[in-house]
Design a binder for this molecule. Structure first.
Ligand code: 5IU
Length: 261
């Protein structure tokens, strides 16, 4: 079984996680494997971005703690745009504490992430108790976690042993784990898991703060991405909707090329 050769819709039956199944279905239906990193700090601008790029993305990735103007109404509006355009809200929280603390951070506090984001990220650093805790927390009935296995930043301290142990930990918890955030083909024989790869931008190799970029073709064809994350390549474009269409097309064409040969 090689996930890289398998169409997304065929992978639904290989997954044990409700959000991975939903994601594969959305990707096949909308013909997009683009995740937008909506790293804007103004709540109204985030909603405008969601309306503009919504038809072209499968995932809408937020860092809710950078938003100025957060409110219950903001969440309600974001949820309704997600429903209208059929994409999944994804809070990139990168949980990294002991399980109990992560559980509280996920479900309580100002943001109440577990009530509106079906998908979040977590580090494996503190062990599988984090996954256990996120699974048991109150919140949406269907939920998924992307476990962070590799980082796009220059000088990341993650080594090979950590990467292997992370994938093993995630595979053990397949009811909850949607997939892995990584930069290379780590689990080609596990078609039920999704590879999410950030660090994608055309015409730039980095941001001067450690971020390293690859092209859409490179992440899809050489690095094994299933879903590519694009932030500033779209948000800083003069026309974000047009940029989203361009990235969507390049990513989808690369996917079609990959499964056809
Ligand atoms: N992100 C990365 N690299 C990683 C991980 C997360 O860039 O290895 I893990 C996040 C950070 C940001 C988005 O929210 O993905 C990338 O945004 P740009 O395309 O603007 O660099």
């Amino acid at each position: 079984l090689d996930r890289l050769k398998m169409p997304y819709e065929e992978r639904i039956s290989h997954s044990s996680n409700a959000i991975a199944k939903r994601l594969f279905k959305i990707m096949s239906e909308k013909k997009t494997n683009l995740c937008i990193a909506a790293d804007l700090t103004d709540a109204a601008e985030i909603l405008n971005l969601a309306e503009a790029v919504g038809p072209h993305v499968c995932l809408f990735k937020t860092h809710i703690d950078i938003v100025e103007g957060f409110s219950e109404v903001f969440v309600k509006n974001l949820k309704s745009i997600a429903e209208k355009h059929n994409f999944v809200l994804f809070e990139d929280r990168k949980f990294a504490d002991i399980g109990k603390t992560c559980q509280l951070q996920y479900s309580k506090g100002v943001y109440g992430v577990s009530s509106w984001a079906p998908l979040v990220t977590a580090h494996s650093l503190t062990g599988s108790g984090v996954l256990e805790a996120l699974e048991q927390a109150e919140g949406l009935a269907e939920r998924g976690v992307f476990v962070l296995a590799e980082c796009s930043a220059k000088g990341s301290l993650i080594d090979d042993k950590y990467v292997k142990a992370t994938v093993a930990m995630g595979v053990e918890k397949k009811s909850l784990v949607t997939g892995f955030v990584c930069q290379s083909k780590l689990f080609v024989e596990q078609p039920g898991f999704v590879q999410l790869t950030p660090g994608v931008q055309l015409g730039s190799s980095g941001d001067g703060l450690g971020q390293q970029y690859n092209t859409p073709e490179a992440v899809m064809l050489e690095r094994g991405a299933d879903v590519a994350v694009v932030g500033r390549g779209i948000t800083k474009a003069s026309n974000p909707a047009a940029a989203a269409v361009e990235y969507k097309k390049l990513l989808w064409d690369s996917y079609l090329k990959r499964i056809s040969n």
